[in-house]
Design a protein around this ligand. Structure first.
Ligand code: ADP
Ligand code: ZN
Ligand code: ZN
Length: 654
């Protein structure tokens, strides 16, 4: 298996695994366009000869009005590829290749934009610092609370670069790429913009790349793979919500788009802005060590009032479908006052567990070491790891007793409960299951924008980029999963999610309230989060990481093996571990290995998994080691079903 640790260079041919399929195939990168035109011998008798093929005749007549046209243009005029082909075979139509090199650069904008807002003093300070740096490389970290006007700063800095004819690349998280985000940029800037996301067809993506590469696109907005877009006149890179997990590619070529963005900024000598209300510990450390220039915005722009946080201790309470009586009262109060409420739970489905009360049987996925979730719509058992679906058994398959029941709550169960409890109020559930169709999500978001009282219920999807001005209460159903996560970044993620979700409340003139349910109300992380702020909590977590020599104070690499049996996977990693120990001794480098051990999720989608963790003090030490190590383990012969992969800076260790 080949493993690419370093991203490709940007100046050469940036062909990553994420570049459009068509670019990776043998076709040349040089933009060529196929155009069709009527042959010179087409005359009236030719047209008459086609009286029994009216569509073919109509296409020839179409060429009378438009002497040459691309396939897309012909197809959008209503002619199929088959019609073009028939005419081509009869030699009535000719095809030629036209070079697209003649594509024009976009026209620079004015340096002043009439729609720019007057910056408040904090925004102005941040803007001035970025402006003072000029057009050369520097990485700015804007740590600004939700709604503090980061996007306004991005846009004003972009205005400067666009007015000098330079292209701007804006990276946003997967779920942040909403129509609202794009509209904000297209309303502000009158210049060519493309949006790059994973849903594009190969053709659309190729077209966008060509235009970007020719310099005719001014602004590229996209999710992580957009970082590889070839841009001849790059002026500025922005990574919004830089802490977001979706910037890390989890399969194949596992890069962090944020880190690649910083490298690209340095290599092309252009400024880069990272922005977040909850910066990652990695970026905060870089700010502390002055690698990044740190800028803060502590107040909400536009006069919105920050929200107050309450902890609801549920340790001694019997919950009703996940809700304490205190929380239900709060929800009732806010709805009665004519406001909207947001209920957040990070688990979709009806319930995470189906179990038998008589014998203790639990519905488990046969292909993964994991229980199956119960879904109500449609009724089924589903594995969230491999996607397998099964019928819900009528009786317990082990003891044949009938006492099957669900344990725990997911979005669908809360939905059912809330609909019954607040029967006159619409409940809008937003999670991965309810938003498979884009239109449905848009119509749900529109309903919320009307401002009428409603309960908005959802997962992580709600934590990103949306503005819900009528929401005055944000309820976090269960903070404990994050507090006691096996992942060493669990508390950081929990703090980010709570802060981000809370940022959805009180955005308008109404003040907001955040209520967090927990069975561990005195947990230091929670009390810090409510009494101080994300930044102070992040600094506390940073000290813990430092003491434990964990990232960002160490560089981790996770070596994963996957085989038909656990033995096979473990054996492979043992062999690799021997190589690593030998190399570490030879080079006398400061690297530790932990394992191999069976992965926390030992079996996934029918494959047995094992992990070996490598830990170094610095990136450089690890890079030097990996060059040798990867070369040597690549020589190990693998049996047919055995696979391994190397994850630099792993985000998920399950
Ligand atoms: P962020 O990106 O930090 O979440 P936004 O840039 O989206 O913040 O700003 C939040 C809201 O405040 C938006 O409605 C925006 O139009 C408004 N806003 C931003 N800056 C200003 C300003 N200087 N004056 C008035 N309103 C502002
Ligand atoms: Zn049973
Ligand atoms: Zn499964």
């Amino acid at each position: 298996m080949v493993c690419t640790v370093l991203p490709p260079s940007f100046r050469g041919s940036p062909l990553s695994t994420e570049s459009p399929g068509k670019l990776r195939s043998s076709r040349s990168l040089c933009p060529q366009q196929i155009v069709y035109q009527a042959s010179s011998n087409v005359d009236q008798p030719t047209l008459d000869s086609l009286s029994r093929a009216p569509k073919q005749r109509a296409l020839l007549e179409f060429f009378n009005k438009k002497p040459s046209a691309t396939k897309d243009e012909i197809e959008s005029a209503g002619f199929s590829a088959a019609i073009i082909k028939s005419l081509e075979e009869k030699k009535f139509v000719e095809r030629t290749e036209r070079s697209q090199n003649a594509m024009e650069l976009f026209s620079p904008l004015n340096s002043v934009n009439p729609n720019s807002l007057k910056l408040n003093s904090q925004q102005q300070q941040a803007f001035d610092a970025i402006k003072l740096n000029g057009d050369k490389f520097n990485c700015f970290l804007i740590d600004g609370v939700t709604g503090s006007g980061k996007t306004e700063i991005y846009m004003q800095v972009m205005q400067h670069h666009l007015s000098e004819g330079r292209q701007c690349l804006v990276l946003v998280p997967e779920i942040g790429l909403t129509p609202q985000t794009v509209t904000r940029f297209s309303n502000r800037f009158d210049c060519p913009i493309v949006v790059l996301h994973s849903g594009l067809t190969d053709n659309d993506r190729l077209e966008a790349w060509r235009k970007a590469r020719a310099g005719s696109i001014a602004i590229i907005i996209g999710t992580r793979s957009a970082i590889f877009t070839p841009l001849p006149n790059l002026g500025l890179i922005i990574v919004d919500e830089e802490h977001d997990g979706s910037f890390k590619q989890q399969d194949g070529f596992r890069y962090s788009a944020r880190d690649v963005a910083v490298m690209r900024g340095r290599e092309e000598n252009v400024p880069i802005i990272l922005g977040s209300a909850t910066p990652s510990l990695e970026s905060l450390k870089n700010a502390e060590s002055k690698k990044f220039s740190y800028l803060t915005l502590s107040e909400r722009a536009g006069g919105a009032i920050a929200s107050a946080t309450t902890i609801i201790d549920t340790a001694n309470e019997i919950l009703d479908s996940g809700f304490s009586e205190q929380l239900l009262c709060k929800i009732d109060q806010h709805l009665t006052a004519g406001n909207q409420v947001l209920v957040f739970i990070n688990r979709r489905g009806f319930a995470p567990i189906l179990s038998c009360a008589s014998c203790g049987w639990i519905a488990e996925c046969e292909d993964c070491v994991s229980q199956m979730s119960v879904h109500a719509k449609p009724p089924s058992l589903r594995c969230h790891h491999c996607g397998i679906t099964k019928h819900i058994p009528a009786v317990c398959p082990t003891c044949n007793g009938g006492a099957l029941g669900t344990i725990g709550v997911g979005t669908q169960r809360l939905e059912k409960f809330l609909e019954e409890r607040f029967s006159t109020i619409p409940v809008i559930r937003i999670d991965r299951d309810s938003t498979r169709s884009k239109n449905k999500l848009t119509s749900m978001l529109n309903q919320i924008q009307t401002g009428e009282p409603c309960i908005l219920l959802g997962t992580q999807i709600l934590a990103k980029g949306h503005h819900f001005p009528a929401i005055t209460l944000v309820a976090i159903i269960d903070a404990d999963a994050g507090l006691f996560s096996p992942d060493f970044r669990g508390q950081e993620f929990m703090a980010q999610t709570v802060t981000q979700v809370s940022g959805r409340a009180g955005r308008a003139k109404k003040s907001g309230e955040v209520a967090i349910q927990t069975r561990h109300s005195t947990h230091k992380v929670l009390t810090m989060l409510t009494r101080t702020n994300y930044k102070e909590l992040a600094m506390y977590l940073m000290e813990e990481r430092k003491a434990a020599s964990m990232p960002p104070f160490a560089q981790l690499v996770l070596l994963k093996a996957e085989g038909n049996t656990l033995n096979e996977s473990m054996n492979l990693l043992q062999q690799m571990n021997k190589v690593s120990i030998r190399l570490i001794q030879e080079s006398n480098s400061n690297i530790r290995t932990v394992g191999p051990v069976p992965a926390p999720m030992e079996k996934k989608a029918g494959r047995y998994r094992a992990h070996l963790l490598l830990k170094a003090e610095t990136k450089t030490t690890m890079q030097q080691f990996l060059t040798q190590f990867v070369y040597q383990i690549d020589q190990i012969k693998l049996s047919r079903n055995l696979r391994w992969s190397l994850d630099v800076d792993p985000r998920e260790m399950i």
